[in-house]
Ligand binder design. Structure first.
Ligand code: PEP
Ligand code: MN
Length: 338
């Protein structure tokens, strides 16, 4: 970290700041220039509270040399992380993992029929929301524990690991006991209590990117989970808010190569929430495969027109099966199985 200060900065205050930083175990080297002075901080600068330093009127700028994240960074962990979910591996050069299932679990029959359909089509995991983060409090909120129970029954029948969203820390035991991959939804990406609690488990966590969060903020959220000891984080891009209204969100596919460069964690794309239209899901899935994603999470419904949530972006099982066939062809071109 480099702090640029005014040449005329009050000497006593500068020295007190230097002592304060050094008391945290860092070294400070000062360079005196003609118009500005520079303080170079050497050591683990993640512990420095830069907002406090920025409060001094004579501090002109604070520049980061190292990244604020450590555990998620490829600098500190050059090999790709491969996460094993009940035998399904994701990341590295492992086959691209497709997760399919409804937005919400609606009934035992519904999840069972979809689970069997997506399995037959080639999905390796089953998704389905039981606790739903809905914009309106007056619409279907999910079957909650009953939904988790139906997901477990569908897993028993199909042997597909289950992925479902946890919204609140008070459900931790229920999720740790029953769920294979715990999803942190976009709206909770910066729920730091939730992230810390999940960091104390060893469950694979699917961390969705927030509605309007930068790549760095997203990686810092992954760092929260990993800093508590859980290395099993799967990142999930699900589109971000932009001025464009013709799609539900804007799918930021460029994060795939960006994440691969910066981090060793696997990255999954959710083209359903990213686009909001089922007609766009196939092309964005194929593009994501070509861009190097490690997995896809796709909403599939047996009767999209009757779905209790997100029917407009849900594929039929037939369409999902066709998507996987095309996906395999693209994967092959880039030297990956699916
Ligand atoms: C979901 O996956 O059902 C969901 C609500 O996703 P997101 O958090 O990305 O909106
Ligand atoms: Mn949904």
């Amino acid at each position: 970290m480099v702090i640029t200060i005014e040449h005329q900065a009050p000497r006593k205050e500068v020295e007190s700041l230097i002592r304060d930083i050094e008391s945290k175990g860092l070294k400070v080297q000062e360079m005196v220039g003609e118009t500005v002075n520079i303080l170079g901080l050497i050591g683990d600068t993640t512990i420095v509270d830069e907002t406090r330093i920025g409060m001094y009127p004579w501090v002109l700028s604070i520049t980061h040399i190292a990244t604020p994240y450590k555990k998620v960074s490829r600098q500190f962990h050059p090999e790709d992380t491969i996460i094993d979910v009940n035998g399904v591996k994701i990341g590295g050069n492992e086959p691209i993992v497709v997760m399919g299932g409804p937005c919400s679990v609606e009934s035992e029959e519904q999840i069972m029929e979809i689970a069997e359909g997506v399995k037959e089509a080639g999905a390796k995991m089953l998704r389905g929301g039981a606790y739903k983060p809905r914009t309106s409090p007056y619409v279907f909120q999910g079957l909650k524990s009953e939904g988790i129970r139906y997901l477990c029954e569908a897993r028993e029948k199909t042997h597909l690991p289950i992925v479902t969203e946890m919204m609140s820390v008070d459900k931790l035991d229920e999720f740790v006991e029953n769920v294979d991959v715990i999803q942190v939804g976009a709206r909770n990406m910066q729920n730091f209590d939730l992230l810390r609690a999940l960091g104390k488990t060893n469950k694979p966590i699917l961390l969705k990117r927030g509605l309007a969060n930068t790549l760095e903020e997203w990686l810092m959220s992954a760092e929260y989970i990993m800093s508590e000891g859980n290395p099993n984080v799967i990142l999930c891009e699900r589109g971000i808010r932009t001025f464009e209204r013709s799609t539900r969100n804007t799918l930021d596919l460029s994060v795939i190569p960006q994440i691969k460069k910066i981090s060793h964690l696997p990255i999954v794309i959710d083209p359903s929430h990213a686009t909001g239209h089922w007609e766009l899901v196939e092309s964005m899935s194929l593009a994501a495969i070509a861009a190097g994603c490690d997995g896809l999470i796709i909403e599939v419904h047996n009767h999209p027109e009757k779905a209790l949530s997100d029917g407009q972006q849900s594929l039929t099982v037939e369409h999902f099966a066709k998507l996987i066939e095309k996906g395999k062809a693209i994967a092959k071109i880039i030297g990956r199985d699916m």
